[in-house]
Design a protein around this ligand. Structure first.
Ligand SMILES: [Fe+2]
Length: 203
């Protein structure tokens, strides 16, 4: 199993970050509610929450290493677009949302932003993350330039600064299952891009 930590920046570039050794994170009874509390404490009173991504990645690794429950979520067998979401925690006014996501083989997301920071841990299968940078043309048309891609395997954790543009595709014959945490979405900064019509829409 891979234990790589990645950080993607708004310009579409990514970097490999130091990763905590798994055996130093083993803990009995480390459950979702402990994780929620530790992440909440980590970003409490922090203005730019994304500066805490290294610590949030560490806590995500701790949770997915220790929680059988998180690793055994069930999903809708016939989801829209081949992507099923199991919402684990969401509360109005709470600063982040936690979910597991299943991509059936061949499923592909749109090119999108989240309007917030995010951390995604690969639990099963593999996925290709493609990164984009916005390079609008002189006449104001929206254009995207592909800046790179990463193939992620179980144990990989990828984190995103708030202005990242990416798309995700499940690779291989097995479903891809991920654990995802996102900060509070700024709706006016969350977009889907249509590469053919050069338009964006909120989602
Ligand atoms: Fe995404």
């Amino acid at each position: 199993m891979k234990t790589r930590d990645w950080l993607v920046n708004g310009n579409g570039n990514y970097e490999l970050c130091p990763s905590v050794r798994p055996w130093s994170l083993l803990k009995d009874n480390y459950r979702l509610y402990r994780f929620l509390t530790e992440v909440e404490d980590t970003i409490n009173d922090v203005e730019d929450e994304y500066i805490k991504l290294p610590e949030i990645r560490r806590l995500v690794r701790k949770l997915i290493l220790n929680s059988y429950w998180v690793n055994s979520q069930r999903f809708n067998p016939k989801p829209k677009n081949g992507i099923a979401v199991s919402l684990l925690y969401e509360e109005l006014g709470f600063p982040f949302t936690v979910q597991t996501v299943k991509f059936f083989p061949g499923a592909m997301s749109t090119i999108h932003t989240h309007g917030t920071w995010g951390v995604v841990g690969i639990l099963k299968g593999q996925e290709k993350n493609t990164f984009w940078q916005r390079k609008d043309s002189a006449n104001g048309q929206i254009r995207l330039e592909r800046t790179g891609e990463l193939i992620l395997l179980p144990g990989d954790i990828i984190s995103f600064n708030p202005d990242v543009i990416h798309s995700v595709e499940a690779l291989g014959d097995e479903p891809t299952i991920t654990f995802n945490i996102y900060g509070e979405t700024k709706m006016q900064q969350r977009f889907e891009f249509d590469k053919n019509t050069h338009t964006i829409k909120r989602f």
